[in-house]
Design a protein around this ligand. Structure first.
Ligand code: SAM
Ligand code: TMP
Ligand code: ZN
Length: 404
């Protein structure tokens, strides 16, 4: 198996077996035609990029019925609003600035830019969510971003001061095409800013559910710097972010165009000290993950024997890996509640737990709730205080299996 970035040799370090498409929520009765693939992860011995070993076709994941909505979390809405305001104040200050967002989804970030009347374009292949963005006044092109699309945007709209992508770049295996597209699109002094789950946090927290079909790459400063270098870019800033279980926001500029911040050298040194991208470290992570799986299954079986009622909370894409890797079905968790309309009334992929609206959670409260959306724990626990007051307990499996 070859690295998708540099063709180097990959060392497999984790195998989650047969897994469904994580956002393919199934209609009851439609389970016979589900698609499965082999979810395994490796790391490149040359460029250090951690990545999936098998790829799912992009059209199977991102299409008109793609259900995920960025606006589903108040914390994320505030996060993107703050980022938009920062870009407006720092990078988009010229006479007629232009920003392009890859994977703009329902327009949560670009709506703030549009409201300021600043030139922008979202590139979003999933038609349903792109329509939501357009209805909010965001300019969207329904397409997968790649080199050819970038050249067309450059010809029609001119160079971009900022290309931005949140939780999108790590979804795209064809990185050569993306980075040559960014190269064609970006102005000489422009920046490519992207934020994605951080390999360092995944390993530190044993958050193995960050590994699923859509998350093809697991970035860190070491691998991003090597990837940028191949295309004449330089990693000039890194910023740790608390969202989605721990992310890093990377800023790339054309080589020599900007002075790198000291945070870059700091994170590179920390990754070296932790031996973050060495196969032995990643195999140790996989061993901790297997132990957590055994603990979680044992706990859920014990609760079933005791006759306890257990619901899931948050039908995240991440939960596909947990539920299918642990073999958790409706016998262990009755259903999952989730605020996303397109997921409700359907079954979780592969594991077939019914998805219900958030109102089902209190009707009546369960004894235990498996917090599948643990990355939104603070927000969810703050709005569900009555659950604990009624005697309910949350089950978490990151960084270890515990109840609170
Ligand atoms: N940026 C939003 C956020 O952080 O909430 C949405 C993230 S969502 C997990 C990933 C998005 O990337 C989806 O809306 C998907 O349709 C889009 N996407 C996938 N491949 C893409 C590509 N090649 N170009 C642009 N967008 C893409
Ligand atoms: P994410 O982890 O990919 O952001 O997905 C979060 C999922 O959890 C999404 O389907 C929406 C759902 N959710 C709730 O049901 N209630 C909530 O309060 C929050 C924040 C998310
Ligand atoms: Zn490589």
């Amino acid at each position: 198996m070859e690295c998708r970035i540099c063709s180097g040799r990959l060392h497999q370090f984790a195998d989650f077996g047969r897994q469904p498409v994580s956002d393919a929520f199934v209609t009851p009765g439609g389970t016979a035609s589900e698609f499965f693939f082999h979810l395994a992860v490796g790391v490149c011995e040359d460029c250090s990029m951690a990545q999936l070993l098998h790829e799912v076709d992009r059209e199977r994941m991102f299409h008109d019925d793609y259900p995920y909505l960025s606006s589903g979390s108040a914390v994320m809405r505030a996060h993107f609003d703050a980022l938009a305001k920062r870009l407006l104040a720092t990078e988009l200050t010229g006479p007629d600035p232009f920003v392009v967002e890859l994977g703009c989804n329902d327009g949560t970030m670009l709506a703030t830019i549009a409201d300021e009347g600043v030139r922008h374009l979202g590139v979003e292949p999933s038609g349903g969510v792109a329509d939501v963005a357009a209805a909010r006044g965001v300019r969207v092109r329904k397409d997968f971003f790649e080199a050819g699309v970038a050249a067309e945007i450059r010809a029609a709209d001119g160079p971009a001061d900022v290309v931005y992508a949140a939780n999108t770049l790590c979804h795209i295996p064809y990185m050569d095409s993306i980075l040559s597209g960014v190269d064609a699109l970006l102005s000489p002094g422009g920046v490519f800013v992207f934020e994605d789950p951080y390999l360092g946090d995944i390993v530190a927290r044993a958050s193995f559910d960050q590994i699923y079909d859509e998350h093809f790459y697991f970035f860190c400063a070491t691998s991003v710097r090597a990837m940028a270098d191949r295309h004449g870019f330089e990693l000039v800033d890194v910023e740790r972010l608390p969202v989605h279980g721990g992310e890093v926001r990377y800023t790339l500029a054309r080589r020599g165009a900007r002075t790198p911040s000291s945070t870059v050298a700091g994170l590179l040194a920390a990754e070296r000290a932790a031996r973050l991208t060495e196969p032995a470290t990643l195999r140790a992570f996989a061993a901790r993950v297997a132990a957590n799986r055994d603990d979680l299954v044992a706990l859920l079986r014990r609760l079933r024997e005791q006759g306890a009622r257990v619901y899931g909370y948050g039908a995240t894409a991440k939960s596909a890996t947990v539920l299918n890797y642990c073999g958790i079905g409706p016998d262990l968790v009755s259903f999952v509640c989730d605020t996303t309309p397109a997921k409700q009334g359907r079954l979780t992929p592969g594991s077939h737990l019914p998805v219900r609206g958030p109102e089902a959670f209190a009707d009546p409260y369960p004894d235990y709730a498996l917090l599948l959306a643990w990355n939104h724990a603070e927000e969810i626990m703050a709005k569900e205080t009555a659950f604990r007051e009624a005697g309910g307990r949350w089950i978490l499996y990151v960084p270890t299996v515990h109840t609170v």
